[in-house]
Ligand binder design. Structure first.
Ligand SMILES: CC(C)(COP(=O)(O)OP(=O)(O)OC[C@H]1O[C@@H](n2cnc3c(N)ncnc32)[C@H](O)[C@@H]1OP(=O)(O)O)[C@@H](O)C(=O)NCCC(=O)NCCS
Length: 320
């Protein structure tokens, strides 16, 4: 086999790497047909890659054999401090003809990232591609997060505690439920650095948002008391399901929380099912959600409701 040659990613590589990305997406869609068909088109893939390359401080590497491109990795930092001194390889940020090449590409690209002081690395890997995920595992990465999808139509539970649409009278309890998610995820074993807002902040937001028609808010009751809530909306409202990870005409399970004493008794499942049913009634084809894989509750509840992974977010902290 001709030797692998690695070069820094440049504008001149966008067309060839876009073609590799479109190929990757075609394979991904064969495993996960609910993903958008759009990016199997080379022009759409090139446009996506061009946008990533245009991000501030984007950099990466391209691999060649006998002058033929066989893979690329392209990353860029996010400004938010919650990710540390970071670089992200997003949904459009890699494609390889052979999984092992990803390791050579990372080796070349990461040298610059670490030189720049960016030591927290994140990479989105198509969930069906176990060889590629294993190549990243052999680079010191582990899974942090899952993006997932299910059809909007299809089986959802018909039994469970009663769920109804939230009203303005529910604003105080909705505000209390808002803080339950960051509270839970700040604890072991997730240890998320996500900001823990106050109930007062949430109250002010809910007072404005409760009637916003772009969001469908549900509450679940036990013995006449609200014990949990969930929010559905269009995927376009999400800031984290972008590009190749944003299916067309999809709803989004954006939020769910149940008070601790009521967890594990079917309330979350009833809320998730209500959002899926709302998405089907609203004409969406699919429903997207995501979870920290270290969140023992959501990582069990959403797959049990029929969500299957589309992208794995892997993470590595360099230096230890
Ligand atoms: C995630 C959350 C909303 C789920 O609600 P819940 O009321 O606890 O969940 P349920 O009791 O409805 O259980 C849902 C599914 O998870 C499964 N599950 C629950 N605990 C489990 C366990 N220990 N092991 C395996 N599966 C488990 C249940 O079996 C159920 O599936 P099934 O109905 O097919 O059996 C709730 O736990 C919560 O508020 N967690 C903290 C905040 C959070 O993580 N929000 C989600 C952010 S993405």
């Amino acid at each position: 086999m001709p030797r692998l040659e690695i070069r820094p990613f440049g504008t001149e590589h966008l067309a060839a790497c876009g073609a590799l990305l479109a190929d990757r997406h075609r394979r991904h869609r064969a495993a996960q047909p609910l993903l958008s068909p759009r990016f199997a088109d080379v022009d759409a893939a090139v446009a996506e890659l061009t946008a990533v390359f245009g991000t501030a401080d984007a950099s990466g590497a391209v691999a060649f054999r006998a002058d033929v491109p066989v893979g690329f990795v392209l990353g860029a930092p996010k400004p938010s401090p919650v990710w540390g001194p970071n670089v992200w390889v997003e949904a459009a940020g890699q494609a390889v003809t052979d999984a092992e090449v990803a390791r050579d590409l990372y080796a070349a690209a990461a040298a610059r990232w670490v030189d720049e002081g960016r030591t927290a690395h994140y990479v989105l890997v198509p969930a069906h591609d176990t060889e590629l995920a294993h190549a990243w595992f052999r680079l010191g990465f582990g899974q942090q997060h899952a993006h997932a999808i299910r059809r909007a139509s299809g089986p959802t539970p018909t039994t469970g505690p009663p769920v109804r649409r939230a009203t303005r009278a529910d604003v105080p309890v909705l505000a209390r439920l808002d803080v339950e998610l960051p509270l839970h995820q700040g604890r072991s074993p997730t240890f998320s650095a996500g900001r823990l807002g106050s109930v007062e902040e949430s109250l002010a937001e809910w007072a404005e948002d409760i009637d916003n028609p772009d969001y469908a808010t549900f509450v679940v009751e036990r013995d006449g008391e609200v014990v949990g809530s969930a929010v559905g909306c269009a995927i376009e409202k999400s800031g984290s399901h972008l590009g190749l990870a944003r299916p067309e005409n999809a709803g989004f399970l954006a939020f769910a929380a149940v008070f601790p004493p009521a967890r594990g008794t079917g309330a979350g499942r009833a809320l998730g099912a209500a959002v899926v049913d709302w998405a089907a009634d609203s004409g969406f084809d699919s429903v997207v959600t995501d979870w920290r894989v270290t969140n023992l509750l959501s990582s069990r509840a959403w797959p049990a409701l029929g969500f299957t992974e589309t992208f794995l977010r892997l993470h590595r902290l360099v230096g230890y």
